[in-house]
Design a protein around this ligand. Structure first.
Ligand SMILES: [Zn+2]
Length: 234
């Protein structure tokens, strides 16, 4: 024999769990958003580090260039000075200095060429990698937008879910409802009102006592699983 009060509680439970689902989903959204934002940040940090490394190489190249220019200026000075030297020994010493400076310049220029090649290769792979990263970031930002839309939809439906729950709680018997709320607090996880089938509780799936099993057949008052305390009916 079915208990009309249990029927009403089953509707309460149905609305209650619908509302819980919405609330749980809403709670998860900030976590999901934070996880995506963290991903974006790390992608951006990697890009920034690679770009910084490239910039440092450019600075090195510029420094080499400055050094070459200053040595070239020195070389020009030495050549002018040499024209005015009268003594053979001094002349030879200056020739040596000129040769040494020329050698230094060509060594610096070699380093510069090597560095320029390195920069080119590094820039090429940086740009290719950055294009991929930018695409990934775009997808991730899109996900954040979708999360925002989902959040707005859930927030819009939560009021409707709350009033649906309130409405069927108003229909239910106050005494049964009090037990329902107590069981809900105790068990923490739906369902709170469950059928007994083949002497087993539909919530914890353990065997209930014969007493409970028999009592559950009688409508008019609430009965409880003697294992998990959920409200039971037969
Ligand atoms: Zn149980």
């Amino acid at each position: 024999m079915s208990d009309p009060q249990i029927e009403k509680l089953l509707i309460v439970q149905d609305r209650d769990t619908s509302l819980q689902k919405i609330e749980q989903e809403l709670d998860r959204i900030p976590l999901e958003r934070a996880a995506i934002e963290k991903l974006i940040q790390s992608e951006e940090a990697n890009t920034e580090a690679a770009s910084q490394a490239l910039k440092e190489k450019e600075v090195q190249r510029h420094e080499l260039d400055v050094e070459v220019k200053s040595k070239e200026a020195a070389l020009a000075r030495f050549r002018t000075q040499q024209l005015e030297i009268k003594k053979n020994d001094d002349y030879r010493a200056m020739t040596l200095q000129i040769e040494q400076t020329e050698a230094e310049i060509s060594q610096l220029e070699e380093q510069e060429i090597e560095l320029m090649l390195e920069i080119d290769t590094q820039r090429e792979s940086f740009e290719a990698e950055k294009a991929l990263i930018d695409k990934r970031i775009e997808v991730q930002r899109n996900e954040i937008t979708l999360l925002g839309e989902r959040e707005a939809n859930l927030k819009a439906s939560i009021d409707a879910a709350k009033s649906a729950l309130d409405k069927c709680r108003d229909d239910a018997d106050a005494g049964y409802l009090e037990h329902y709320d107590r069981v809900r607090t105790l068990t923490k996880r739906a369902p709170y009102v469950v059928p007994i089938e083949a002497h087993k509780c539909g919530g914890c799936h353990l065997r209930v006592s014969n007493e409970v099993s028999k009592a559950a057949m009688v409508p008019g008052e609430p009965h409880f699983c003697d294992q998990c305390a959920r409200m039971v009916y037969a």
